[in-house]
Design a protein around this ligand. Structure first.
Ligand code: ZN
Length: 154
């Protein structure tokens, strides 16, 4: 495992839509190593989530911390998002020193593949739902600063 350099705002990879991962690729050592490196990099940077584009990899996978340990979500999708939203201050490992209020759905249903190539679905609520939305945005080339409410923009 190794800690990777985190790409920061201004680099074009953060603005691209990441590619779906081929199913045959998920079980490879290369892919497993990518996920391990992402977890190690997230932890070293004291982040709660990290998406592959943030270490320069244009693939649809992100990792996040949960109370039960780190998870890796591959080709994730939201199958439902609550209409109810709430604002909360966010930051990003790729935008050091910048924070701002972002309005996000309070609850989301997610479908994704795991490293074991199993399909999982779950509901994320509150702060965890926010992390899921922030990381999913990275896979679509969107950064939290794009979503800062106008009146709170500095
Ligand atoms: Zn981020």
């Amino acid at each position: 495992m190794s800690i990777k350099k985190i790409v920061t705002i201004g680099e074009s990879i953060l603005r691209q839509r990441a590619n779906e991962i081929d199913l045959d690729e998920i079980r490879t050592d290369v892919f497993r190593c990518l996920v391990e490196n992402m977890i190690e990099t997230m932890r070293a940077a004291q982040g709660v989530g990290l998406a592959a584009p943030q270490i320069g990899i244009n693939q649809r996978v992100f990792v996040a911390e949960t109370s039960a340990g780190p998870i890796a979500l591959i080709n994730p999708k939201f199958t439902k998002m609550s209409k109810k939203t709430t604002p909360y201050e966010e930051g990003c490992l790729s935008i050091p020193g910048k924070y701002g209020l972002v309005r996000r759905a309070t609850e989301v249903d997610i479908e994704a593949l795991t490293l074991e190539d199993k399909k999982i679905t779950f509901t994320a609520k509150g702060f965890f739902a926010r992390v899921m939305q922030h990381e999913m945005d990275h896979l679509d080339g969107i950064l939290f600063v794009d979503r800062i409410e106008e009146q709170n923009r500095t």
